[in-house]
Design a protein around this ligand. Sequence first.
Ligand code: NCC
Length: 281
Amino acid sequence: RTAQSPRELLCELKDQARLRTLDGSEQPFSSLGWARLVPRLALEKLYRQGGQRGFRSCAVVSSAGAILHSGLGKEIDSHDAVMRFNTAPTEGYERDVGKKTTIRVINSQILANPKHRFNTSSLYKNVTLVAWDPAPYAVNLHKWYANPDYNLFSPYVEHRRLHPTQPFYVLHPKYLWHLWDVIQGNTQETIQPNPPSSGFIGILLMMALCEEVHVYEYIPSLRQTDLCHYHEQYYDAACTLGAYHPLLYEKSLVQRINTGPERDLKKKGRVTLPGFSTVNC
Ligand code: NCC
């Protein structure tokens, strides 16, 4: 069941990747009062309240070193919404990555590891936050709550209490595994059941919120380099090609649904994807 047309693949993603965050309706979260803890407005509705129509055009900025010296900052900031990941900064890198951040997707290490200064760093203020943690494939919310990969639950609760007006969501682990199922279902090789990267998760999330999504330096441009992140002097080709995450497979999937021209990919590392609201299945 591989070699689907780009359109069939898009429809499978649209169907499988229905945005889902913890809403406090399931145990153990319901007993813990999470229905009142999570933001009142669901993430899908956040940018559609009061006559807003969601975002027209969005940018997803990967943290890859190859975006250095791209000069893409102005173009990135021209989109209605900009997504960034984990600890990726804008300060000092505005020329290449822009300065606007609308949504930041963070893995559970960011909340759990004090070195990331989640409570005090300005990276995590004045933006919508979306956190995730990889529960085992056969999702059992009780077991996950008792034993997450990194404990994101207490920092999340504390942050919600301190900053109740900041939109901050936790992705439902089933959402992650539905994405993984689509990756495996469209790949010849048998993939390790490790969750998709924050990059892939973010791209699919933006496809649910935007009419058009432009992804930068996720599929490498001609600037491809072993420099892991644009903001760190650390070299490892696995950052781009994958070790723990099924990165290579995610990227080939995204490449298959790219509607932008080849020269955008080569020169800007830019892929253009339709938002789900514009895809009729
Ligand atoms: O490196 P990371 O990812 O924060 O990067 C965010 C997303 O950008 C894309 N990327 C990054 C570097 C690169 N050379 N090429 C890329 O395509 C990927 O899509 C990536 O997801 C993560 O996915 O959450 C990850 O987080 C880091 C780390 O936890 C955070 O940066 C916080 O320090 C992981 N590294 C380690 O755990 C050591 C990384 O594996 C995945």
